[in-house]
Structures are given as C-alpha cells and as structure tokens.
Ligand binder design. Structure first.
Ligand code: S5P
Length: 489
C-alpha cells in the first residue's frame, strides 16, 4: 500500500504533466543547449488543488527537517504565490524581494518588517544552477537576515544543490527531476526513451552558479528532437487529444498523406474520398468552393471517413475576431463545427480566435485546429516574428490542448514533438503553378523541410489513375518519414 504522502507525490507528478507544467521535447536553454525537458510552473496558479498539494508538501518538508525560521521569502516572481500560502498556513510573516530596487524614496530591495539576525526561509519554483535562489539569498543577507534553508518545487539536478551548499545554503526539493521522471514512467505517462534522454541531458549539462556550463566541451545531442522521433513516441507528448488521434491513424494506416479534394462538385469529392480513403490520414476540403453542398453530402463524407478511418480537415483558414469565427464555425450554410474534425486557422487575431472556435463546442476534445505559421505561396507576407508568435500560441497558451498541429514549410519552424507539421505544395517533381504555388517532392518536404504530413491536391485528383497516384504519394511520403527517423538512430 502506498502511503498517503507517496500518493500525493504521484498524483502531483501526473497532474503537473497533464497541465503542461512539465513538457518533453526540444527546448532552448539559457546556457545555449537544447534541453529535452521544460518546466513551466507558472501554470499552477490556475489550479488551486495543485497549489494546495504543493503548500502541504512544503509544510511537510519544513516539519520533517525541523527548519526554524521567522520569515518566508519567495524568489520573484513565480514562487511568490506559493511562498504567500506557506507563510499564511503557519501564520508567519513574509518578506518580498524586489527584482530591482525602487528608483525613488527608500531604494529598498527587501519589503516587510524584520530585524537583523532573524531567520528567513527561501522558496523557489524550479532550480537548475540555483543562481536565482542565491541572488535572493545575497540580498536578504545584505540586510542582516540569516538565510540557510531553501525549498524548491522541482530541482533539475544540474548543479543547484552543490552550488547552494558552496554558498552556505541547504536546498531541499519537493521533487528532483529523477523522482518526477520515475513517477511519470510508473504512471505510464512517459516511456524509457524519454527518461534516458533526460538523464543523458542532466549528466552532460551541469551548470556553475554563474550560469556557465561545467564542461562546455561535452557535446550534447537532444534525442527528443521532433524530426528524429517516431510518431508513436510523439503521440505520448501531444497535448491535444486530436493530435493523439491523428498520430494513431497515421501509425495504423502507415500513411502521412493528406489529400486536398479541391473540387467543386460534391460527387467528385465523395469519389476521391472513397478511392483515396484507404491510403490517407486526412481528407482536406474547401467547402466554400462546392456548388452543391448539402447535408447529404456531409453525411456521405462522414460515412466514408468512418469506413476508411481518415479525419476530415476543413481548410477554412479562419482569420476574424473570436465572435465572428464562432459564428462562421458553427452557423451559416456549412455548420463546419458539426462535421470537420480539424479546421485551419490563421494566428493573426491572437488567442481570441482559438477561444472563439472553442465557444459552446459540444465535445471540444473531438475537435482540433492547425495553425498556419508559414505559407507555400510565393511572396507571402509572413515574417519571422509572426511565425514565432504563432508557435507560442500553439505551445504556450491556455488553448494549446486545442492545437493539433502547424501548417508550415520548414523544419525549424517549431520543435515541440507533440505538434504535427502539415506541409502543402507537394508534387513528384519540384515545380510551381501559374498562380504562385511552389511544389517540392515528397522526399524533400519530409526529410529536408520536416513535414510530418504532406498535402497533395492536383498531383492526385488530376492524375489519370487516381488510386495509383494516391498509393505512389502515400508510399513515398511514408518511406521518407521512415528514412528520416531511421537515419537518426
Ligand atoms: O500554405 C499553404 C497552405 C495550404 S492549407 N499552401 C497551400 O497550398 N495550402 C492548401 O493546400 C491549398 O489551399 C490547397 O488546398 C492545397 C494544395 O493543393 P495543390 O493542388 O497545390 O497540391
């Protein structure tokens, strides 16, 4: 039987994973190395149950280690709410350290009432080198306070405990990263490969308290980079239920082909859907070009999607304010939200567009979006800054569980393995059309441009023999994906 305390640890570890406070993938660190793990405890303020568990576990540590203190001080900013709750729980006073001294008046850096010689406990959210704790400690000590203990929620084991000790600080974590990994693996949230990649990272990336690497000559290669991982492993890291579903279809059908059925007659689309159905993971529509759109057509299309196990993507490229996209998605002639598993969306209006689309959805977990971060048309106006903001929306916003993937053209557009890259503009021969569309071969889009799914329109529906063309694209795109992950093992 697990003790109640162990149960709390396990429950908290799983919850941290589920709310995205711990993520696995490919993340740039301050020290210039790419880390396979990212801790973002900022999100916990939105989860009172998590805050309560954290505060109780900190209180347990205080009692167990018999830590004596008069004041509690959180390292700004993210540990402040937790430090407040810890102080209030034990009815003890707090101190607040400013990040910058006041530029007027008292020029104080430590706020609160205290006397020199009193003890202060420091609280932090995440440590890697421990330098933030040491900065706060230095300022508290400069005021005459006695500081020797700090409690951290997650210790990344990259040097903080040693660096703290050297500075006369005893650092006690709720979780070490290894403990978190163990609990997540036991709960089957992550697999052996992820655990091993993170352990290699911890071993080779130890940091001094000045933020420099202990051994810069050690060449660390992150094994969790998106384009080298299998769809199976990536599916575990996906935040959006729809991304998991799509990964699963791709794996079962061994297909990363999306057919763009850009045809204006309903019968033609149904014909393509039935012929291509067995070989594709997504059928993509533009419903506003269909002349005889009807409920019957949608019913037939949905039957085919069930029969052949593919998802329907309406390439609507929504781009308006939240309320308008909500209406465009759910009302009018097309009632897209009723039948499209996925829709494409421009990030231009910001987060409100995702909120608008999610409004009043019956089962939001059954729907998802692909955000457009790049376009295949010559001369498009998207720039680097816009691209970065789009990826931030997909990975860092409250609505990231609704974003299944990114429509883009290059592998360095995003690195999070839980998102799927969809790349249009695919044809057997690299070429272009007369209206600015630029094509690349299946091998180039997958191996060079990082596509997980290739979109083929005219290359298939204008072919003399549609099923043969479809099989050819399916085989070439899938072989390119297999080559891509194998060449990295
Ligand atoms: O950047 C883009 C984004 C999209 S979704 N470039 C694109 O071409 N698309 C879509 O992919 C486009 O709307 C069309 O449905 C499909 C490409 O069709 P093809 O006939 O050129 O293969």
């Amino acid at each position: 039987m697990l003790s109640e305390r162990e149960d709390n640890f396990r429950g908290l570890a799983v919850k941290l994973f589920e709310i995205g406070a711990i993520k696995f993938g490919d993340f740039k660190m301050k020290v210039g190395v790419n880390s396979p793990v990212y801790l973002d405890l900022r999100v916990i303020v939105s989860f009172p149950d998590v805050m309560t568990t954290v505060v109780n576990l900190i209180d347990d540590i205080i009692k167990e280690h018999n830590i004596q203190y008069k004041h509690v001080c959180g390292v700004p900013y993210m540990a402040l709410p937790v430090a407040t709750l810890v102080a209030m729980k034990n009815k003890q006073p707090m101190l607040v350290r400013r990040k910058e001294p006041k530029s007027y008046g008292t020029k104080k850096i430590i706020e609160g009432k205290f006397n020199a010689g009193e003890k202060c406990l420091v609280i932090e959210d995440v440590t890697s080198s421990g330098s933030s704790i040491l900065e706060t400690t230095r300022d508290l000590r400069a005021e005459g306070l006695v500081v020797s203990d700090a409690i951290v929620m997650v210790e990344r084991e990259q040097g903080a405990i040693l660096n703290s000790k050297k500075n006369g600080m005893n650092l006690i974590p709720i979780f070490t990263l290894s403990h978190l990994l163990k609990l997540l693996q036991e709960a089957e949230k992550i697999d052996e490969k992820i655990v091993e990649s993170v352990k290699k990272f911890i071993n080779s990336c130890q940091i001094h308290d000045d933020g420099t690497l202990v051994d810069p000559s050690r060449n660390f290669v992150n094994e969790l980079s998106r384009t080298t991982m299998s769809f199976e492993a990536r599916s575990e890291l996906a935040q959006a239920p729809l991304a998991k579903k799509l990964f699963n279809i791709m794996i079962i059908k061994q297909s990363n082909l999306c057919v763009a059925a850009d045809l204006s007659k309903a019968d033609h689309i149904l014909n393509i859907a039935d012929i291509c159905g067995p070989y594709i993971c997504i059928l993509k529509t533009h419903c506003d070009i269909i002349e005889d759109f009807s409920e019957n057509f949608i019913q037939s299309l949905q039957m085919l999607s069930k029969k052949h196990n593919f998802l329907i993507m309406e390439d609507r490229k929504f781009a308006d304010i939240g309320n308008t996209v909500y209406l465009q998605y759910t009302q009018g002639l097309y009632k897209i939200s009723k039948w499209a598993d996925i829709v494409t969306v421009h990030a231009l209006p910001g987060q409100s567009i995702l909120q608008g689309l999610k409004t009043n959805l019956d089962q939001p977990e059954k729907r998802g979006v692909f955000l457009l971060a790049e376009m295949s048309s010559q001369g498009n106006l998207i720039n680097e800054k816009y691209k970065e903001a789009t990826i931030k929306l997909a990975t860092d916003s409250n609505d990231s569980d609704f974003v299944a993937g990114i429509v883009c053209q290059t592998s360095d557009c995003f690195s999070f393995p839980g998102l799927i890259q969809l790349t249009p503009g695919v044809r057997i021969e690299n070429s272009h059309d007369d209206l600015g569309q630029q094509y690349q071969s299946p091998e180039d889009v997958v191996k060079i441009k990082g596509a997980d799914i290739g979109v083929v329109g005219r290359g298939i529906y204008e072919a003399k023999c549609i099923d043969k063309a479809c099989i050819l694209y399916r085989d070439r795109l899938w072989a390119a994906y297999c080559d891509r992950i194998e060449s990295n093992h």
